[in-house]
Design a protein around this ligand. Structure first.
Ligand code: MN
Length: 216
């Protein structure tokens, strides 16, 4: 097993925004849950999960529940827009779009473990979070709760655990992917893709979601 495997130290549930007295250090792993995938029309943001890099005891995970009519979360916005902090996602394209649509948050700078994996792990075609957890952390991650009702007022313990698991390994996965990118001299290419992702998300939100504007 590679170095200290990150695990969940504690899960804290917050309503509507992060608490005022909370200060998080360094880069932040982020994920979101919604009522479905049609975020431009039908579906809404339900939950934003965050965690900082783990210490020896693991990491504390913060789950911010978003109410149905809610359209802002000032402290969350400040954190996610902080230029001095990298936000680590897996498949950031979805999360960035829904955070902008629902809470007008322009998340940056961004690191996406799915994009990093596609560029670093060109030997593989499996780039799901489950695949990366298996290869880098050595754990089998259940995706059972992925399709659960995230809109419910009171989340189940299983849902909270699942939601926290989606962010808790991202720092460690990033570190391993960064080492591979460096080894293969693909770091700069990955960095350019993370920047381009912001444009890709803007295209998604402004009407070019189905198109690859680079194709003929
Ligand atoms: Mn998730």
């Amino acid at each position: 097993m590679p170095n200290a495997t990150a695990h969940i130290k504690r899960i804290r549930l917050h309503q509507g925004d992060l608490p005022a007295d909370l200060s998080l250090n360094g880069s932040i792993a982020v994920d979101t849950e919604a009522t479905g995938l049609e975020i431009l029309t039908r579906d809404r943001l339900c939950l934003v999960q965050l965690c900082e890099r783990a210490d020896e005891q693991g990491s504390e995970c913060h789950l911010v529940q978003i109410a149905p009519e809610q359209n802002e979360a000032p402290r969350l916005k400040k954190l996610l827009e902080d230029k001095n902090r990298v936000k680590i996602f897996h498949y950031a394209r979805f999360d960035l779009a829904i955070l902008k649509k629902a809470l007008d948050i322009q998340t940056a700078p961004v690191y996406c473990t799915k994009i990093a994996s596609k560029i670093a792990r060109s030997y593989s075609s499996a780039h799901g979070l489950k695949d990366l957890c298996k290869e880098f952390i050595g754990i089998d991650m259940s995706k059972k709760q992925q399709c659960s009702d995230w809109g419910r007022e009171k989340l189940s313990e299983a849902q909270k655990q699942y939601a926290a698991l989606d962010v808790v390994y991202l720092h460690e996965i990033k570190e391993q992917l960064d080492a591979m990118l460096m080894r293969e001299e693909r770091t700069e290419l990955a960095d350019e893709c993370f920047l381009a992702l912001l444009t890709r998300v803007r295209l998604d939100l402004e009407g070019w979601r189905e198109q690859d504007i680079f194709s003929h």
